[in-house]
Design a protein around this ligand. Structure first.
Ligand code: HEM
Ligand SMILES: *[C@@H]1O[C@H](CO)[C@@H](O)[C@H](O)[C@H]1NC(C)=O
Ligand SMILES: *[C@@H]1O[C@H](CO)[C@@H](O)[C@H](O)[C@H]1NC(C)=O
Ligand SMILES: *[C@@H]1O[C@H](CO)[C@@H](O)[C@H](O)[C@H]1NC(C)=O
Ligand SMILES: CC(=O)N[C@H]1CO[C@H](CO)[C@@H](O)[C@@H]1O
Length: 325
């Protein structure tokens, strides 16, 4: 009887392992479109290049789109859906500067011409993010594919799931952990702020009213505060500031040097100094020549790209990225 139970238990374990490995097979993989759309990646790369070569500043918002997609309902293209009967993610406040939708739409229609109804918008976001980074001197990496597109996009979910620039290290840790990402991923992916721009509102409190007494954030370099005050007047909602001044169009590892100099733009950037592990990573990247950042970024991007994906026959392959079929 006891032996019988053990055998049964073993069988259960075997079945569980089979089910798990099968769902792995159903997961993302490299070359997912080899048979169904062999030129997908090259079409996507070519179309993306057409935009980035003319406007390199588009690389930043295209990278950010993939991040915002993955953090809300998983990487399922939901960030691309337009509001119809409800307010969609892209209408949420943190979208303030989300842009590059036209690039995704152009890429999608180029792909649809060759292989209609095959390549998901979620995969396109992941590939365009990779291509964008590599086209501005950043690393490149292989993107596991096979994501399916979701049918739901809700404004309040964007608000609840996207990290805020006002987050402290505890909140950032929680937010990333809820996506299966660890402190190293946090330190590495924050390095995405080596490119792009930010509106003054995302850090204006640090310049003018940090604790509500008209003060500045003491953790920010006072010279940098003075510099930023020239660009951002109190309550400014329109001005854009380069996040990595001087090289905001190039993907490099300057970000970490900035943080060590207390010149991180957001509280969330500065917060990387408040945890032993992220702090060590920041100082390490800032100090060594030929840093490991490029390699690390590639690894964490692949990991982020797997958050909450729909696969198999979940979701759908959207015909137009802004609308469910
Ligand atoms: C760690 C938590 C994060 C917070 C709190 C955060 C917050 C922000 C904020 C507030 C902006 C400025 C938006 C604006 O006002 O225009 C921004 C921009 C940006 N973020 Fe993040 N972000 C985070 C993580 C990431 C990650 C993981 C990536 C990608 C790997 C990323 C990539 C970018 C890029 C490229 C921009 C510039 C966008 C542009 O130039 O239009 N961020 N982020
Ligand atoms: C989706 O909505 C945005 C903002 O309202 C609009 O600019 C865009 O043209 C819409 N896209 C499509 C395909 O209708
Ligand atoms: C972070 O912010 C939360 C919420 O405001 C707060 O409860 C917590 O004490 C803060 N943690 C740190 C380390 O500052
Ligand atoms: C600073 O913040 C406090 C508390 O939130 C607010 O009452 C005050 O009006 C703010 N001052 C300015 C100049 O914005
Ligand atoms: C680009 C975009 O969709 N921007 C929207 C962001 O969200 C605000 C509301 O918070 C809308 O007014 C914008 O149109």
């Amino acid at each position: 009887m006891v032996v019988g139970k053990r055998v049964f238990l073993l069988q259960l374990i075997v079945v569980a392992v089979l089910v798990l490995s099968h769902s792995n097979v159903q997961g993302l993989n490299l070359g997912y479109y080899h048979k169904t759309c062999p030129n997908a990646e090259s079409i996507i790369r070519k179309t993306t290049y057409g935009f980035i070569s003319r406007a390199p500043t588009l690389a930043a918002p295209l990278l950010r789109l993939h991040f915002h997609d993955c953090f809300v309902r998983g990487c399922d293209g939901s960030v691309l859906l337009n509001s119809s009967n409800n307010q969609a993610e892209r209408d949420a406040f943190p979208n303030l500067s989300l842009r590059g939708y036209h690039v995704i739409d152009a890429v999608k229609s180029a792909v649809e011409k060759v292989c209609p109804d095959v390549v998901s918008c979620a995969d396109i976001l992941a590939l365009v993010a990779r291509d964008s980074v590599s086209m501005i001197h950043g690393p490149s990496w292989e993107v596991p594919l096979g994501r399916r597109d979701g049918r739901v996009s809700r404004l309040n979910e964007a608000l609840a799931n996207l990290p805020s620039p006002f987050f402290n290290i505890t909140q950032l840790k929680q937010n990333f952990a809820s996506k299966g990402l660890n402190m190293k991923d946090l330190a590495v992916l924050s390095g995405g702020h080596t490119i792009g721009t930010s509106h003054c509102v995302a850090f204006g409190n640090r310049l003018y009213n940090f604790t509500g007494r008209g003060d500045t954030d003491p953790s920010m370099d006072p010279n940098y505060v003075a510099q930023l005050k020239k660009k951002c007047k109190p309550g400014d909602t329109t001005t854009l500031v380069e996040m990595d001044p001087g090289s905001f169009k190039t993907f490099d590892d300057d970000y970490y040097t900035l943080i060590t100099k207390r010149r991180g733009l957001f509280e969330s950037d500065a917060a990387l100094l408040s945890d032993a592990e992220t702090k060590a990573y920041v100082f390490h990247q800032a100090s060594i020549r030929g840093s490991t950042f490029d390699k690390d970024f590639a690894v964490s991007m692949v990991k982020m790209g797997k958050v909450g994906v729909l696969t198999g026959n979940q979701g759908e392959i959207r015909k137009h990225c802004a609308f469910v079929n």
